[in-house]
Design a protein around this ligand. Sequence first.
Ligand SMILES: Nc1nc2c(c(=O)[nH]1)N[C@H]1C(S)=C(S)[C@@H](COP(=O)(O)OP(=O)(O)OC[C@H]3O[C@@H](n4cnc5c(=O)[nH]c(N)nc54)[C@H](O)[C@@H]3O)O[C@H]1N2
Ligand SMILES: Nc1nc2c(c(=O)[nH]1)N[C@H]1C(S)=C(S)[C@@H](COP(=O)(O)OP(=O)(O)OC[C@H]3O[C@@H](n4cnc5c(=O)[nH]c(N)nc54)[C@H](O)[C@@H]3O)O[C@H]1N2
Ligand SMILES: [Mo]
Length: 826
Amino acid sequence: MTLFNDKTANLSRRRLLKGMGACAALPLLGGLFPKSALANAISTALDQFTTLVPAQKGILTGAHWGAFEAIVEDGRMVRVQPVADDPAPNDLIDMAPYQVHAKNRIKYPMVRKSWLEHGPGASPELRGADEWVRVSWDQAIDLVAGEIKRVQSQFGPQAIHAGSYGWKSVGLFHNSRTLLHRLMNLSGGFTGYAGDYSTGAAQVIMSHVMGSIEVYEQQTAWPNVVEHAELVVLWGVNAQVTLKNSWNMPDHEGQAGFQALKEKGTRVISIDPVYNETAKLLGAEWLAPNAYTDVAMMLGVAHSLYSAKKHDQAFLDRYTSGFDQFLDYLLGKTDGQPKSAEWAAAICGVEAGQITQLALDMAAKRTMIMAGWGMQRQHHGEQPNWMLVTLAAMLGQIGLPGGGFGFSYHYSSGGSPTAKGGILSGISAGDAPKNSPAPIPVARIADCLANPGKTIDFNGRKVTYPDIKLVYVAGGNPFHHHQDTNNLLQAWRRPETVIVHEPYWTATAKHADIVLPVTTSYERNDLEMGGDYSQRYVFPMHQCVPPQFEARNDFDIFRAVAAKLGMEEAYTEGKDETLWLKQMYDAMALQARGAKVALPPFTMFWESNNYVRFPVPEANKQWIRHGDFRENPLLNPLGTPSGKIEIFSNTIARMGYADCAGHAKWFEPKEWKQGPAAAQYPLSLNTSHPTQRLHSQLDNTPLRDKFAVADREAIMIHPDDAKARGIADGDLVRAFNDRGQILVGALISKDVRPGVVRICEGAWFDPAEPGKVGALCKNGNVNCLTFDEGSSSLAQGNCGHMAQLQIEKFAGTAPANTAHAVPANA
Ligand SMILES: Nc1nc2c(c(=O)[nH]1)N[C@H]1C(S)=C(S)[C@@H](COP(=O)(O)OP(=O)(O)OC[C@H]3O[C@@H](n4cnc5c(=O)[nH]c(N)nc54)[C@H](O)[C@@H]3O)O[C@H]1N2
Ligand SMILES: Nc1nc2c(c(=O)[nH]1)N[C@H]1C(S)=C(S)[C@@H](COP(=O)(O)OP(=O)(O)OC[C@H]3O[C@@H](n4cnc5c(=O)[nH]c(N)nc54)[C@H](O)[C@@H]3O)O[C@H]1N2
Ligand SMILES: [Mo]
């Protein structure tokens, strides 16, 4: 089984065209503004290409949060305007000027003093606390190339962790992670990672149960859902927030889809400990289970269905395997405990009557269950997905118009109908050398750094951690994204060298040895698809402003390192930015021509400052996920061993894991309301993705004024929980457990279930005493509180969405927030 760590790699439409011819270089920026005679001529010729959408005022580019035109005055980006096609532009794009001109840009290459003076491995406990020394680019490149060479030759490729997980920026050429992997593959190989932080548990379990990862697959098309669904159940979905961002540039069609549901008045039920923005938008009914207890609740629904004989036995017989084994568990034949609605209610806190009613409602109506991913970023996070599919199978609506389940309606606009045109392929990481090290599960990184030689289970295999000497990060921010920051801080001291490419002084940059300043995507030229599932747009990303200070493109940094290592030609293939973009475009245009869409030549496209919009075939607007399987399961079997939905998986059962059985099951989580830690730490943590950020990105912009409380990350607290602790709205609050402590600002609201508090992920880590384990984080990085364990032996996904904690009103003088400050000397 393959694990995908690029979210678009599994799209079967994605294909790579090889053998493109070389061509002459173009002056990319020079020709664009002011409009040359050529550009004027092009504008008049464009009419023949009906697929091009004219730009209005500015320079066309974009980000994970939308395509836009940037207005530049006197060399500074001053404002933006969304492209005309965007049905739901958001306030994140307004931050582009502040990204470029941020106060905490890294200006020059910098090296940590002890490392520079005493070499690799010197005083690693000073990471995050040492002084910085400015060096020239030449010296920086020498140091980086020297380290790659030294570690490769002394310890071998497994000693280099260059997985570099992260959301970087859009742009298929200046793709920092791929560019890093390209260098590492050429120079001998590296330890990479498997899976991702988003769907670590879900993607592994779904491969066994459905034969596909489901989470990044196209969903039943929105027009079909809007037309046919009578009841939509949102199980841990906050699409109104999470659809703001996409892996590619968003088409925001998902938001249009939810809007259409609202206009039609479709009944929506939201099951979430938080009455979230999406539930509010849709006026949804709210069921608020205790945190981390959804599997018990789903079992209660399943038991109610079966008891009322409302399950679809014909569907189960024809399309699934192993229902009877699951049934023995559901009815309590295997463990003496029927999973009745009453049993479930005692665990999840939703009344038994409501659980039964939900079962009856779902069976009576054409029901689409849309599920988010927060509840699988938990201990035993495989189970909610498996149980949800089991439940959907019992309802028997999988593969019907507007029915079944969908795991990506909340992400990158799953369900936005797929267009017919061409698809851009970016620069590739190249082939891994023979005997490349095996990847580690992505979220086991701190465990790996701290425990070389340790062996863990992973999806039926064993993984033994290598001894990592060099960590290389380009495009990610582990000091926000990884669980148990204080544990990471200690593990981070084990490698001899840490190299980070960043535009900003993030906590990860502050905890490096060598920091290299990189451009934002607005300082370079690139291309990107618009619409992850629709593949409907091709956007040019024109350079808007020159590189700031001494920032360089990741590509140019790696090219210089490659040159030092004697492999520049292999790295660049003799092509510069222009040529790479032209070849990417040409290959895409060739596919488009095959799909009968004529596109202008690259020069004309580029000079025109327009974007491409491909047509969407009518049939695709009615596409139904698993419709073909339902129509003929013999001709169109699933990719599972039985070809059917595996309600029982022999493959998993044979692995013999104590923490993942052969069918979906309720396991008590490591920490929860009724667990042993709850006496001391009674509150359950919810770490939703932030409304006004992409993870940690944009935390250093004025958008912060909209979400920060008392200049810290907000904590949403129910009035009862606040009152019991004498906390008032706007108060500074210390949130803590045995793993860490953070300062947050109180946002008191009945939108959260009593006993649960919400602190969004992504606040920059800002320890009051840099380098000290357990120091108070002054900005509210929630991962100081989470635990760093795998979801189970099967998937080893992260458990970022789960932890017990306590809160108190902060008593002392409020310390200054220095999360976005630049280190002294820098
Ligand atoms: N507790 C908890 N933790 C979580 C989650 C949760 O729900 N709860 N969610 C998890 C999930 S799903 C994810 S995906 C991760 C996200 O974790 P990350 O993807 O690491 O988060 P980002 O903030 O997007 O970090 C991207 C970094 O890349 C930098 N960058 C941007 N463009 C470029 C570029 O062109 N070149 C270089 N070199 N750098 C660039 C940005 O400045 C930023 O610092 O967090 C995970 N962590
Ligand atoms: N604005 C914005 N959009 C984003 C991102 C971002 O950082 N900001 N990140 C992007 C990325 S990388 C990803 S992976 C996706 C993440 O998409 P998701 O993982 O779906 O997003 P989350 O906010 O973690 O969780 C969604 C909902 O699940 C609920 N939830 C949490 N725990 C439980 C539980 O135990 N039971 C139930 N029933 N519900 C629960 C939360 O309250 C929340 O409303 O979003 C993407 N979109
Ligand atoms: Mo994610």
